[in-house]
Write a protein that binds this ligand. Structure first.
Ligand SMILES: Cc1cc2nc3c(=O)[nH]c(=O)nc-3n(C[C@H](O)[C@H](O)[C@H](O)COP(=O)(O)OP(=O)(O)OC[C@H]3O[C@@H](n4cnc5c(N)ncnc54)[C@H](O)[C@@H]3O)c2cc1C
Length: 267
């Protein structure tokens, strides 16, 4: 089986790795470099379904993800997950009713104990004990390397311009450097995927969505000297310059604050 995977984000790297490991002849093509799309800017949380989630088509995948990441940790050099759990609060914790075995609702004292860097621990938070976090670029690169050990080829700086069809079948992809034949084409081009699929009559419901991400990096022990900007209850951040981080050097620790309708941190 000849597989062309279009796009080397986390999804394409995973597809290339799993296909090559299963014995397929794989070409992974990216218009830029692996993890150069949204993957590189991801918080890269790894978590299963939550008690408050309404089951949908993604629920079986959510159930599988924790065991799949553990498998990768065991078999793919360079894949490391920080299994430290996470805290979520605001609407999600307020509205949470049914806890899964790996979830618990906690109070401010417990939230402050788990995340001592919080200067104003939430009165009620959801502690997701089985969550993990990865370095998304490192994991993507590790999967690409592992795919290559199984014989996959990586083509970078090589945009795919169209999927080629013959007798109603996709038979490969057109790229800036020529045609790549395939028996299977996997389109993992992120937000660009609908543009590649539209000429085939597929209206792929994928579109970019806005997110605010603040990433702070500082030497270990930084909270003793500096508090990171905190989103206010309305989700607004204090004005730039109201707080300034120390110079980053030596071993560092990082915290990520994401505002997508919820406030959160890994612990
Ligand atoms: C701020 C933020 C935080 C997030 N946090 C999380 C999180 O905590 N947990 C989580 O699971 N998800 C999170 N996500 C979502 C997650 O990042 C994305 O769902 C995931 O990275 C998408 O990966 P992808 O491989 O589909 O797409 P991408 O990473 O966008 O990869 C697509 C690749 O395709 C390539 N490409 C595009 N067009 C072409 C073409 N024509 N030819 C060749 N190559 C092409 C691009 O160069 C790119 O490398 C977050 C996203 C954001 C923005």
């Amino acid at each position: 089986m000849k597989v062309v995977v279009v796009g080397a984000g986390i999804v394409g790297a995973a597809a290339a790795y799993e296909s090559a490991r299963a014995g397929a002849e794989v070409v992974l093509v990216d218009r830029s470099l692996p993890a150069s799309g949204v993957t590189g800017d991801s918080v890269a949380w790894v978590g299963g379904p939550r008690g408050g989630d309404v089951p949908d088509g993604s629920t079986p995948l959510h159930r599988q993800v924790l065991q799949e990441y553990r498998r990768w940790e065991a078999e793919v050099p360079g894949v490391q997950v920080r299994w430290r759990g996470s805290l979520v609060w605001a609407e999600e914790a307020r509205e949470h009713r049914h806890c899964q075995p790996e979830e618990r609702l906690i109070d401010a004292a417990e939230a402050g104990r788990l995340e001592p860097h919080l200067t104003d621990p939430p009165a009620r938070a959801l502690h997701l004990m089985s969550d993990g976090a990865v370095d998304p670029v490192a994991v993507t690169q590790a999967l690409v390397r592992a795919a290559r050990t199984y014989g996959a080829r990586l083509l970078t700086a090589c945009p795919v311009t169209a999927l080629r069809r013959s007798d109603g079948q996709v038979v490969g992809v057109e790229t800036s450097t020529g045609f790549l034949p395939a028996t299977t084409v996997v389109v993992t081009a992120g937000a660009q995927a609908p543009m590649l699929c539209a000429p085939l009559g597929f209206d792929l419901p994928v579109s970019p969505s806005l997110a605010l991400l603040v990433r702070c990096t500082a030497p270990a022990g930084w909270s003793a000297h500096w508090s990171p900007p905190r989103a206010s209850r309305s989700g607004r951040l204090p004005p730039a310059g109201s707080s300034s981080p120390p110079t980053t050097e030596g071993s560092s620790t990082s915290r990520t604050f994401s505002a997508r309708g919820r406030r959160c941190c890994d612990v």
